[in-house]
Write a protein that binds this ligand. Sequence first.
Ligand code: FES
Length: 333
Amino acid sequence: MLVKSVQVTPGYTNFFMSEPSIFLKVTHKQALTPDVFMFDLAHPEGLSLPSFTPGAHITVKTPKGSHRHYSLCSSPNDADQWQIAIKREALGRGGSISMADGLLEGDLLEVLQCSNLFELHDAAKFHVFVAGGIGITPILSMIRHLLSQGKSNFKLYYCTRDALSTAFLEELKSPSLVDRVQLHHDHGDLQQALDFWPIFEQPIAADVYCCGPQGLMDSVRDMTGHWPSEHIHFESFGVPPTAFEQNTPFDIVLQSTGKRIHVGADVSILEALRSNGESVSSSCESGTCGSCRTGFMSGEVEHRDLVLLDDERRQNIMICVSRARSNELVLDR
Ligand code: FES
């Protein structure tokens, strides 16, 4: 996956270098489902927003002060407003609750960065989109972009629990999309999950984009193992909220200095390193880009990323999402 720097318009020269961040006004907030909330964001003085590419996400500071990434679901052609949609994760770390409950129309939202780890390959002959739940957001931006270009060379498979929990349902059932969208509801029953084998059994000249829960992405990855890997693209929204409930604290030890750092159940290794003054590279912070890859010398790792191959996992850990099962993990740094 490619990290693409974003073009900026005059007045935003430093925005995507993170200094300073910009504040956008929430011009509209709407509940799309009982737990998915859509926010329209605009410049408070009506200036045009920076350009971005389909699949991009922004990093925001939530009302409670934590940093979170949310995909832009608006069309890149709309320079007047950005749109994000957030699922309120009752079992998450609190970021989505802070956004869903605490961010109101008229509020200013601090946007720290915009980047794209899920780039649409515009020139592809055909695009197969697979979205699960709130994973529809970056894919909706891609679809809106393609439609704005007069293109209809795509098919979307959108998996949700039921119609009530399906965000953007009305738009996806509109005449311009109805033939290009297959909705699938599993009613919370794994036995009723969409069977991807008939879709991917015969590779075609297409790029595949998948965003959604871990189980759905694992399934698509399994079913596309015989496709050229460069045509299969994943975007993760990170670790499932239920995984945080199972987090336990542990210590990390830095091999080079012997420094010991405690990692609490509610922080990542990456966050613990940073709060102890250690400089760490990162980008997605959801286990998909590979930039926080770190070697480890000893300890037992619980791998939660989508990057490392099995043999790489014996000596490497993605410290933004993965954790230790043992009480201590010695890192090669
Ligand atoms: S920051 Fe992207 S995998 Fe960790």
